[in-house]
Design a protein around this ligand. Structure first.
Ligand SMILES: [Zn+2]
Length: 1015
């Protein structure tokens, strides 16, 4: 709704021009009378007019002729003197004179297409530069010879304008420099608001059916605001349709574009905004010198206050902070624009979006916070006093301060000054949170505001306790203040400002990925699918490119560039997009704009535009400017069908503790019953802590039990890469003759995995005996290492690039946060580039395993697969399972053993079934008592004995440092893996036959070494 409203507000820019002070009236002098007589030639789009201005004696006066074509001008003084005036210059200046005078002139004005004025058969709108502009406010009278069938409006005391023989006349007894004139083939309708006040619509005949809705809504708003503010300043109010796309609140009427009028939501809030401007902006003028306060006040009174639901009002306030933060420029000088600096609502000024956000959003917050600061009732009285004291006058910020200080009976100096001049948002935080249980339960903390200077504010706090939610607030006037809250129950969380009652800097968790972050970005990157999309998306490139935008083709993209920009993917199913968001890049039926966090750097966002009919995309480009507050927008045949904001935290939240979850032990099921359930799934993950014997035992138990029900079972194992597949296949084949040692050598088990083979031995032996296929799921470790090391996939060679699953999802809910925790735990510090590599590497790993699983299941339609992998990979929320689900529709179950994988209270995010198995350990392998050096020696087929351990019996047997190991128990040793294979089945007390080569001559010696147990 706000977006729609915002779109409407975008049209409002002119009304400020109508707010000049009625200086003369307040000085007690009659202002000049300015009479215009208008004639139109619709066929040539021309106005031919005569003007007459009565200038009182003693008044200096000037007339700006620069925008019209003046044909003649003369002046006649009260003593009869008359002379012609030179109209060749841009203005006529009349010095002060003791005599009163009448200035007469004729001029014409032809309106070109594309102007903000219009003179045509369809209608007349004269808003800007259509008559010689006076240097002082005047009392205007307009005579207009109307084309047949036209009716007219201008700022006037009486409405409808008295008209005789197509000559309409309007007179306005409030002095102004600027008036407007609008005429057309209008249909006039009206409704009495109360005695002496009518509301009208002037709509084109084709929109006649909308009139009743506008009259009723308008009357309702005027009634409401008369109660809130005071008597309506005029005797009539007219809602006028314009052929041009405008949205102006003018004295006595509002001029809305015809297309705008047809939008269904205008009668809900935007009309109210224009009506409120009758009081504030038109009746109470804005002092142009001291800053424009009336957009903020009007936005609060109309756009925000009319929304009945408090939570929606809070949402809108949050959106307005997000908008402000999105459009705020990086440059300090550009950014230094305070509420006091806001003058014009124009869209044409530099940094318009940012400055308008200052005026509207910060302005509305100013008054919202003032209401919170002095209280609802005083605030209402202040609003009424402002109107009654300044009606038909000009008010400045300091006048407003005085009015509210009188009502509140306190100084508001620091409240006003701080907020009007601050250019950075306050940063609020709670520090040193502690719970004191000595006498009841008290929560202590220090509230801080970190900007300079501190401003007085009422800080709302919410404490969630085990049994209820407790709300309170504290007045914070200094940079730090200790507070203490008495509670009835154990506090679980503390939240500052959960309903966005303060204009403040938002913390990271409060900021959802929304489209305005791209619109306001200074580092925009548009990624096009291919060269031909340049033509297809031209309107997008036109709307969103500029000096702050880089445009690239998908194939040219590097991770590095993606990580350093706010991205818009156009024609989105391209490789770069799919490597981050997998198939979120396909929009389907609708045209779809989805905004996500940029997974390579959450400081930035990535927006994906997609849809089956990109040719319709063009029409959407311009409209998208108005959907800044959303994370997802979908269009169907030009209509908006979906708008969503991604969830984000409400308020600055401090989690103090979680209450534990549990279950009834009576609901635990026996193993076979669980297996019966689990057997209904086609992919069964059994997560492991790699060095937990209990976990491997559970894996085997599950495989055996499932096999008993249906022998069509394959194992998918993280422990083997695809390059081991041939060995895996040979080893489990029906006619296999491969022995274990050969299998371990050929599969490269010890090179890739390195952990004790005995963890997996029983499982693999089971598969071998039953000829169950084993699928190596892992990706080439060199790829993972490369990506991790370089922080990106940019440096992989072509062969490696080909091995990667092209569709990778780096943006699963919670994925980044979880990996960040793992990363911080392992890597200690936090390095962004390294972390970016870590998240890429993890996703690559998970995606590749998902790809291998899916391919196997597609090829073997009658098989189930049991997947053995680390418990982070088997997580059902963000590990392999959702990535398989993306690729194929298949039932999956994820199992976990709680014995060695302590579940969090979010166990249901992690697994579908849990087991609690018996604890087990492997017998510790015995040792020879040597330390070997593997580095650099493998190349020439040798392992060097680097050290003889004092704890073993190698030294006793005669082995020396510097000996080169040739074989153990007749097994040739070329590397560590060979040594581990040779010692796989030995026990303490066994004698091992160790052959070495010694000395420069390479003397070959054999020793018998007794193996000893590890201490
Ligand atoms: Zn406004």
């Amino acid at each position: 709704m706000i977006t729609q409203q915002k779109r409407f507000l975008l049209f409002i820019s002119l009304f400020m021009l109508y707010c000049y002070p009625a200086a003369l009236a307040s000085a007690g002098m009659t202002p000049p009378g300015y009479t215009l007589t208008l004639n139109f030639d619709l066929s040539t789009n021309t106005l031919a007019a005569k003007g007459e201005i009565e200038i009182p004696a003693g008044l200096e006066f000037a007339l700006d002729l620069s925008e019209v074509n003046t044909t003649e001008a003369s002046i006649q003084y009260s003593d009869g003197e008359k002379r012609g005036l030179d109209t060749s210059g841009p203005q006529v200046v009349l010095p002060r004179d003791d005599r009163s005078a009448i200035l007469s002139f004729s001029y014409s004005k032809t309106v070109q297409k594309g102007e903000s004025n219009l003179i045509s058969e369809r209608g007349i709108s004269l808003l800007n530069n259509w008559y010689p502009l006076p240097s002082r406010p005047c009392l205007f009278t307009v005579y207009a010879q109307l084309p047949d069938g036209f009716s007219a409006i201008t700022e006037s005391d009486v409405f409808p304008l008295p008209t005789a023989r197509n000559m309409a006349v309007g007179h306005f007894s409030k002095s102004t420099k600027r008036i407007s004139f609008v005429a057309g083939p209008y249909q006039l309708d009206s409704l009495a608001v109360r005695d002496d006040l009518l509301i009208y619509t002037m709509f084109f005949p084709e929109d006649e059916d909308l009139a009743a809705g506008y009259l009723q809504a308008g009357a309702r708003f005027i009634n409401r605001y008369e109660k809130e503010i005071g008597p309506f300043p005029y005797k009539h109010y007219v809602v006028v349709a314009n052929r041009l796309p405008t949205g102006f609140g003018l004295p006595t009427y509002t001029l809305l574009g015809q297309a705008v009028i047809r939008l269904p939501f205008i009668t809900r809030t935007s009309l109210a905004h224009e009506i409120v401007h009758s009081w504030f902006g038109n009746a109470v003028n804005v002092d142009a010198q001291s800053g424009n306060w009336c957009e903020g006040l009007t936005t609060l009174l109309a756009d925000q206050s009319l929304i009945p639901e408090p939570e929606k009002r809070a949402e809108i306030r949050k959106s307005s902070i997000l908008r402000y933060q999105s459009y705020r420029p990086q440059d300090q000088a550009e950014r230094a624009f305070s509420l006091a600096d806001f003058r014009s609502a124009s869209h044409r000024q530099p940094l318009a979006a940012y400055r308008r956000s200052v005026g509207y959003d910060k302005g509305a917050f100013f008054f919202h916070e003032l209401r919170g600061f002095i209280g609802e009732e005083r605030f209402s009285r202040g609003i009424q006093a402002l109107y009654s004291q300044y009606r038909d006058k000009t008010a400045s910020w300091s006048d407003i301060q005085t009015v509210f200080e009188e009502i509140a009976g306190i100084s508001l100096e620091s409240f006003f000054t701080g907020r009007l001049h601050m250019t950075e948002l306050p940063v609020i935080a709670a520090k040193d949170i502690s719970i004191d249980r000595r006498d009841g339960i008290r929560l202590h903390c220090v509230l801080e505001q970190q900007q300079q200077p501190p401003i007085p504010m009422v800080v709302p706090l919410e404490v969630e306790t085990a049994s209820a939610t407790f709300k309170t607030s504290f007045l914070l006037e200094t940079a730090r203040q200790e507070i203490s809250i008495e509670l009835d129950d154990r506090p679980l969380s503390l939240t500052i400002d959960p309903e966005y009652d303060l204009l403040r800097s938002l913390v990271k968790e409060e900021i959802p990925p929304i489209w305005s972050r791209f619109l306001g970005s200074e580092k925009r990157l548009i990624v096009l699918g291919n060269a031909s999309s340049k033509e297809l998306y031209r309107p997008f490139l036109k709307a969103f490119s500029g000096e702050k935008t880089t445009v690239r083709l998908a194939e040219e993209m590097s991770n590095k560039e993606l990580a350093e920009h706010d991205i818009l993917f156009l024609g989105a199913a391209d490789a770069a997009c799919r490597s981050l968001f997998a198939n979120a890049c396909d929009g389907g039926e609708n045209l779809r704009l989805e905004v996500r966090d940029n997974p390579l750097n959450p400081e930035y966002i990535a927006a994906i535009f997609s849809g089956n009919e990109p040719e319709h995309a063009s029409s959407i480009a311009r409209r998208l400017m108005h959907y800044g507050r959303y994370s997802l927008v979908e269009f169907n045949e030009g209509h908006t069908v979906t708008t969503e904001i991604a969830p984000s935290q409400k308020g600055i939240r401090y989690q103090l503790e979680h209450l534990p979850r549990g279950g009834a032990t009576s609901s635990l099921s026996p193993f076979q019953q669980l297996i019966a359930e689990i057997a209904k799934h086609r992919v069964i993950y059994v997560g492991e802590n790699h060095s937990s014997v209990a976990d491997h035992q559970l894996q085997l138990q599950v495989v055996e039990a499932l096999y008993q029900r249906d022998p069509h079972i394959a194992l998918g194992m993280e422990m083997f890469p695809s390059s081991s597949q041939e060995a895996l296949t040979d080893y489990t084949a029906v006619d296999s003759t491969m022995d274990e040692k050969t299998f371990l050598q050929q599969s490269g088990y010890f090179k890739v995995w390195q952990l004790d083979y005995r963890y997996y031995r029983d499982i693999i032996n089971f598969a071998r005996a039953r000829h169950l296929p084993i699928v190596g799921l892992n990706i080439d470790q060199e790829i993972v290492a490369n990506v991790y090391r370089n922080g990106s996939t940019d440096l992989l060679n072509e062969e490696q690039q080909k091995q990667m699953a092209p569709e990778r999802d780096l943006d699963m809910p919670g994925y980044r946060q979880r990996l960040l925790e793992v990363y911080t735990r392992h890597a200690g510090g936090h390095n962004d580039q390294q972390f970016s590599g870590f998240i890429q590497a993890q996703a690559l790993w998970d995606e590749n395993m998902a790809e291998e699983i899916t391919q196997f299941l597609r090829r073997h339609k009658d098989y189930k697969m049991v997947v053995l992998a680390g418990n982070q990979h088997t997580r059902k929320d963000s590990g392999i399972p959702p990535r398989v689900a993306r690729r194929m529709n298949v039932k999956q179950a994820s199992l976990i053993n709680l014995l060695e994988n302590p579940g969090s209270d979010r166990l249901d995010d992690v697994a579908d079934y849990f087991f609690i198995s018996e604890e087990k350990a492997l017998p510790v392998p015995p040792r020879i008592g040597i330390v070997v050096e593997s580095s650099g020696k493998e190349a020439n087929g040798a392992l060097l004995i680097k050290e003889i351990s004092p704890h073993g019996k190698a030294g006793e047997a005669g082995l020396l440092e510097g000996d080169i190991l040739l074989s153990v128990n007749d097994q040739t040793i070329e590397d560590i893996a060979d040594l581990r294979i040779a010692l796989l089945d030995v026990r303490a007390g066994d004698m091992a036959k160790v052959q070495v080569s010694r000395g420069a001559e390479g003397q070959q010696l054999v020793f018998e070494v007794e193996l000893t147990a590890q201490p």
